[in-house]
Design a protein around this ligand. Structure first.
Ligand SMILES: Nc1ncnc2c1ncn2[C@@H]1O[C@H](COP(=O)(O)OP(=O)(O)OP(=O)(O)O)[C@@H](O)[C@H]1O
Ligand SMILES: C[C@H](N)[C@@H](CCCCCC(=O)O)NC(=O)O
Length: 194
């Protein structure tokens, strides 16, 4: 199976060397690219990159630029049509802006029919964050296909083993699985393809 990966726009990007003029890189894009076996080029995985650790719209503005909204969409279509499966990672949350007037949710809707998967950090607060994100998606006309909980620390808080069950009490959206801290593979990955 050919897997494509795309990060429409990234902020908080850095050059790997101090050399002046060195390309800035998005860590998320590098992780996606390596995980997928390096499809196309890293620049195509994330064509629009900005330095400031801000929402992409503000990070672009800090460089006197704007995020190109047409390119967000055009490049996504190219990945989606060229691969069996393409994973598109947003920036920030579902209602965070990607380009002026365009939230992650708006891009997802433009690309429909795609499957929306909500990935959340498995720690105290995740019940609200997950349910609020699901509610926002449904309100916006896109029911998520599933939820993934990520352990983002080796020191889990007391909620970590209960969050999945607790979230399931309040939404019918399935929890596809949990990713252990530092895991590079999960046995339930094929659930993402259903
Ligand atoms: N299962 C995991 N094990 C180890 N680290 C993890 C795990 N899941 C997430 N992380 C780490 O948590 C941090 C946040 O992850 P990620 O960048 O995917 O978050 P995000 O919510 O998509 O953020 P944003 O889109 O705003 O950049 C990253 O540094 C990532 O390496
Ligand atoms: C800097 C972060 N890591 C992220 C941008 C997060 C913006 C959040 C904005 C908000 O919702 O308030 N950038 C990115 O995913 O490329």
């Amino acid at each position: 199976m050919q897997v494509g990966v795309y990060k429409p726009v990234a902020s908080d990007c850095h050059a790997e060397t101090e050399e002046s003029g060195a390309e800035i890189i998005a860590a998320d894009a590098m992780n996606l690219w390596n995980a997928a076996g390096n499809p196309r080029t890293l620049a195509e995985v994330c064509p629009q990159r900005f330095r400031a650790p801000l929402a992409p719209t503000r990070a672009a503005a800090a460089e006197g630029k704007t995020v190109n909204a047409d390119q967000l969409h055009r490049a996504a279509e190219s990945w989606l049509s060229g691969f069996d499966v393409t994973i598109i990672e947003g920036a920030g949350g579902l209602l965070s802006p990607l380009a002026d007037g365009i939230l992650n949710l708006d891009l997802a809707k433009q690309l429909a029919p795609i499957q929306l998967v909500i990935v959340t950090a498995n720690r105290l607060g995740v019940i609200h964050q997950t349910l609020a994100t699901c509610a926002a998606a449904i309100h916006g006309g896109m029911t998520p296909a599933g939820i993934v909980l990520c352990d983002t620390s080796e020191n889990l808080d007391a909620s970590a083993n209960e969050n999945a069950a607790e979230i399931s009490r309040y939404t019918p959206i399935p929890i596809l699985g949990r990713v252990g801290f530092g895991s590079s593979a999960v046995p339930w990955a094929d659930r993402l393809l259903d």
